[in-house]
Design a protein around this ligand. Structure first.
Ligand code: FES
Ligand code: FES
Length: 196
């Protein structure tokens, strides 16, 4: 009798060990991308956003989480040359991509020209939106240089001019609760060599 009870117990343990994952168990996957010039490989829950991968897994906390819903722009990073809201995209979608965060643009000892201009023009108060503003501004200047039109471009058959209206339109996805908008425009305009 005792032997058969032990058999029953062991059989139960084996079946627990081999049990299929419950529906709630995370599905982990390996993802490799380049972040600020460094190759990074992470094993992530497939539901992890790029924003959380950067902040929670790589400890790159310069990129900020504001709304986590694609509405504030605080989480803006540059992926393969284009700005995106990192809260709206899954990390696993960026296998092989090149990601640039605010930490990759400049350092406290060697500021990116946009960072220096934001300091000079008081382009921030609390600074929470600032990393996103600067990543966005960097991509905006590249977009204008590449001739990408915006909603306010008057003539889309010509290269867009760097006007205040263009800058404000293109930066409109980056919300600043401190209302530093005028100074942000001045800072970006200076780096661009002046507004048209
Ligand atoms: S945190 Fe991503 S848009 Fe607000
Ligand atoms: S500087 Fe405070 S939210 Fe923009």
């Amino acid at each position: 009798m005792a032997a058969s009870a032990a058999t029953v117990t062991l059989a139960g343990a084996a079946s627990t060990a081999n049990a299929a994952p419950t529906p709630d168990a995370p599905s982990l996957v390996k993802v490799a991308f380049e972040v600020n010039g460094d190759k990074r490989v992470l094993t992530l829950d497939t539901r992890t956003t790029l924003l959380d991968a950067l902040r929670e897994h790589l400890k790159l906390t310069g990129t900020k989480k504001g709304c986590d819903h694609g509405q504030c722009g605080a989480c803006t990073v540059i992926v393969d040359g284009r700005r995106i809201n990192s809260c709206l995209t899954l990390a696993v979608m960026h296998e092989g991509d090149k990601v640039t965060t605010i930490e990759g643009l400049g350092t406290p000892d060697k500021l990116h020209p946009l960072q220096a201009a934001f300091v000079k023009h008081d382009g921030y108060q609390c600074g929470y939106c600032t990393p996103g503003q600067i990543c966005s501004a960097k991509a905006v200047l590249d977009e204008i240089k590449a001739g990408v039109p915006s909603h306010v471009t008057q003539d889309i058959t010509k290269d867009p001019k760097l006007t205040e209206a263009e800058l404000r339109e293109r930066m409109s996805g980056n919300i600043c609760r401190c209302g530093a908008y005028s100074n942000i425009v001045e800072a970006i305009g200076e780096v661009a060599g002046g507004l048209a």
